[in-house]
Design a protein around this ligand. Structure first.
Ligand code: HEM
Length: 138
């Protein structure tokens, strides 16, 4: 159990490193005007998205393994709330992946200011999910 939990947390950190840095790249990419700079951002975003996918897949894999081995967690209210928030987080991740595609095709219409706000969303998910997982309030 502790090994699974340790790897769950390790890959969660990998996933969040990507979810924090990817929208930050969008902020700079949205204000970049020359072709060479944009091309560099496209490569960075594509590679970071791969890292994000790996982090997400392995966090979910180790989390799901724990639930399969200890299904009693599924009876607890905080776990229901956590899984609901994780579903929202996966939605955010998918949105980021679509934005990478839009930037790659030079189709982005959003301002760097919009991405600055977008960048704050994963902070809220991180705080809420970690508080639920550690404090287990209900
Ligand atoms: C489908 C996705 C996920 C599943 C199925 C899952 C499931 C689990 C399970 C069963 C545990 C063990 C709970 C315990 O020992 O009390 C756990 C622990 C934990 N999870 Fe997740 N989790 C998922 C996603 C996440 C995400 C996205 C985060 C962070 C944002 C996260 C953060 C944590 C933390 C910090 C712990 C350690 C809690 C402790 O030791 O008290 N999990 N998770």
């Amino acid at each position: 159990m502790l090994w699974l939990k340790a790897f769950h947390v390790i890959f969660m950190v990998t996933w969040f490193a990507g979810l924090f840095y990817l929208p930050r790249l969008f902020v700079y990419h949205a204000s970049a005007s020359d072709g060479q700079t944009r091309a560099t951002f496209k490569v960075m975003e594509r590679k970071l998205l791969v890292m994000c996918h790996i982090g997400a897949a392995l966090t979910i894999l180790f989390g799901t393994l724990m639930l399969v081995l200890w299904p009693a967690f599924l009876q607890l209210g905080w776990m229901h709330a956590k899984l609901l928030l994780v579903a929202g987080l996966i939605g955010y991740h998918v949105w980021c992946a679509r934005l990478v595609g839009q930037f790659a095709r030079d189709e982005n219409q959003r301002s760097h200011l919009w991405f600055r706000w977008f960048n704050e969303v994963p902070v809220l998910f991180l705080i809420a999910i970690v508080l639920l997982a550690i404090l287990k309030p209900f």
